[in-house]
Design a binder for this molecule. Structure first.
Ligand code: GDP
Ligand code: MN
Ligand code: MN
Length: 250
């Protein structure tokens, strides 16, 4: 398996056609998996907003005051309002906002970014990253596209790339029913391949001013395993989230 990050991609704007820009910079084969950082997908979909687009309502004002009181942070009420508008559920209110986005991804601040955009600006995640992946794929000679973001994880320090949207590819491969080296049957292992590919792509894309938001994965072999379409957990199948729902800070 090889990963390639084409250089020379321009600053992406709302008038950019990402699919065409990608094919202008790298040849895509039909088996390639093209990983695109959500930052540039958002820029191309005009998800850049000004803080002033989010006049804070009572809930945002209340949450901002709580965050200021309970943490060393001094959040902007307009930013908190944007997070609320992007979310369907707030899982944690403090010491930071952890929410579920409208498309099922759980992340800090609904994945809203303030890096690689101007100072009074916000970059919202794509509205529906899997639809974005599908749209990008229309201009490519492969169907396989993953939209990535850099996210923190519970229990571990640091952040890494995850898949927040995908098209032309199943998220996981299901090892259940296969055997280990001692002939014991695997009963639980469903390997989330799109997250693993997103993490690899993110490693090459970098986090700063590298200017390499696209990573093409070539010659990845899925192997003979059955695939599984599940990615984001449903609440009734998510014990950790159920526990977090009942938890309060301090
Ligand atoms: P995220 O992980 O999706 O939140 O995106 P990051 O902000 O970490 O950026 C990922 C990569 O894309 C980095 O290499 C950035 O330098 C690059 N990048 C971000 N915006 C642009 C852009 O408009 N044009 C180009 N060429 N690269 C960009
Ligand atoms: Mn991001
Ligand atoms: Mn990143």
């Amino acid at each position: 398996m090889q990963l390639h990050a084409p250089e020379g991609l321009p600053e992406i704007t709302a008038s950019s056609n990402l699919g065409t820009l990608i094919t202008d910079h790298i040849d895509i084969n039909s088996n390639d998996i093209v990983c695109v950082a959500s930052t540039v997908v958002s820029k191309a979909e005009d998800r850049t907003c000004s803080l002033n687009d989010f006049p804070p309502g009572p809930r945002a004002i209340e949450l901002t005051a709580q965050l200021a009181e309970e943490t060393a942070n001094d959040p902007d009420e307009r930013f908190i309002q944007a997070v609320l508008e992007e979310s369907v559920e707030i899982l944690l209110e403090s010491p930071f906002l952890l929410t579920e986005t409208r498309f099922g991804h759980v992340g800090v601040n609904a994945g809203i970014d303030r890096s690689n955009v101007g100072h009074e600006e916000l970059l919202l995640l794509p509205k529906h990253p899997s639809k974005s992946a599908n749209r990008i794929a229309e201009s490519l000679s492969t169907d396989q596209v993953i939209v990535t973001d850099t996210c923190g994880r519970p229990f571990r320090h640091g952040q890494r790339g995850v898949a927040i949207g995908w098209s032309g590819i199943e998220p996981s491969r299901d090892w259940r029913g296969e055997t280990d080296r001692d002939g014991r049957e695997l009963t639980a292992t469903v390997e989330n391949v799109i997250d693993e590919l997103a993490a690899a792509a993110n490693l090459l894309a970098g986090e700063g001013n590298n200017g390499t938001p696209v990573v093409v994965i070539r010659d990845f072999e899925w192997g003979p395993h059955a695939e599984s379409s599940a990615h984001f957990r449903e609440i009734n199948d998510d014990l950790i989230r159920q526990a977090v729902r009942g938890w309060t800070y301090g």
